[in-house]
Design a protein around this ligand. Structure first.
Ligand code: SF4
Length: 332
């Protein structure tokens, strides 16, 4: 018997290619878990990516690699909808309608916009200003009841709720749903440098699909407690990223052992990293096996995305029909 779901969740991520541990712990793991209780719509937001990418030549490959990682991690396409944002163009239409109920000043005042202007002053395109509007359109188009986000993302959801409210108020309708924020504890995964958030662009990441040897090599590069210079110095696990990772991927006894032994210099960092690398590789083994199996037939991955497109399109067409009617557009 099919379990009754509690509602629909929507989430999107830019096509960044092979996913890393930060993506896994910060989003994918949660995507997989949400499938138990919700109807899930997961979108690869390639249109959003266009606001910042310099070239689109890797877009197709990055989309494929990301979808493959999602599937290998446990996203079930027979239940969840996985699709590519640009494949359902209704989102661009809703974005346009939303732009008419969004004050420009509100967009240019957003800290995220100001940050982008600072990061790429040579390319302050309209898409950057309209980014939150497109995001609101993504969510509203699929009538998501909830959006899983970390607390730092709360303003985006609030923006979406306000946009939906403005639209519904402007056209005296209730066709669009104000989504709830599904606050999720998203751990900040620190990269190999021990300081910055794990990210591909900083090259401080560990790819899920890396071989065991590559993974071990990356783990051995991890920065540990900076105060611990010699093997005989006691360390402080509380400020060590390797220990933070042990807590996620190692068994409790081992975590406790590292915690105690590190503090009295009973274990060296090399040994500690080797242990973590072994545990991480063990953890990733089933993922890698599934990835290899699914990846044997790339056409099947594209077909899953096509099927997702069909299912997402059906929802989007219906929503847009209601939206146009509510707006009083002359539908012929
Ligand atoms: Fe970090 Fe482990 Fe070294 Fe302690 S022994 S500083 S926890 S790597």
């Amino acid at each position: 018997m099919t379990k009754t779901k509690k509602g629909r969740v929507f989430s999107g991520a830019r096509p960044t290619g092979r996913q890393h541990l930060g993506n896994y712990l910060g989003a994918i793991k949660n995507y997989v878990a949400l499938q138990e209780d919700f109807e899930c719509v997961y979108c690869i937001v390639d249109i959003h990516a266009l606001t910042t990418v310099e070239t689109t030549e890797d877009l197709r490959l990055n989309t494929y690699e990301m979808a493959l990682d999602w599937l290998a991690a446990g996203i079930r396409p027979e239940e969840s909808i996985i699709f590519i944002q640009s494949n359902v163009p209704e989102v661009a239409e809703l974005h346009t309608y939303f732009s008419m109920v969004t004050p420009l000043g509100k967009l240019t005042d957003l800290p995220t916009f100001k940050e982008k202007v600072r990061q790429q002053p040579q390319n302050v395109n309209y898409g950057l200003v309209g980014y939150p509007v497109l995001m609101a359109a993504d969510i509203a188009l699929y009538k998501a009841d909830a959006v899983p986000v970390g607390v730092d993302q709360a303003p985006h959801i609030e923006f979406t709720r306000e946009t939906v409210r403005s639209f519904n108020y402007r056209y005296r309708t209730n066709v669009l749903i104000e989504p709830q924020m599904k606050a999720t504890e998203i751990p900040k995964v620190i990269g190999l440098d021990g300081q910055q958030k794990m990210s591909k662009s900083l090259n401080n990441h560990i790819e899920l699909a890396a071989t065991p040897e590559e993974t071990t090599q990356r783990v051995m590069q991890m920065v540990t407690d900076p105060q611990r210079v010699r093997r005989s110095d006691p360390g402080n696990p509380d400020i060590c990223n390797v220990y933070a990772m042990h807590r996620v991927f190692s068994a409790l006894e081992e975590v406790e052992m590292v915690n105690a032994e590190c503090r009295r210099a009973g274990i060296g960092c090399v040994q500690c990293k080797q242990m973590f690398a072994r545990n991480l590789n063990q953890h990733l083994e089933p993922f890698r096996a599934r990835r290899a199996e699914i990846g044997r037939d790339p056409e099947n991955v594209w077909e899953i995305l096509r099927d997702g497109q069909r299912r997402a399109s059906a929802i989007a067409r219906q929503t847009m029909h209601e939206v146009r009617q509510a707006m009083g557009l002359p539908i012929l």
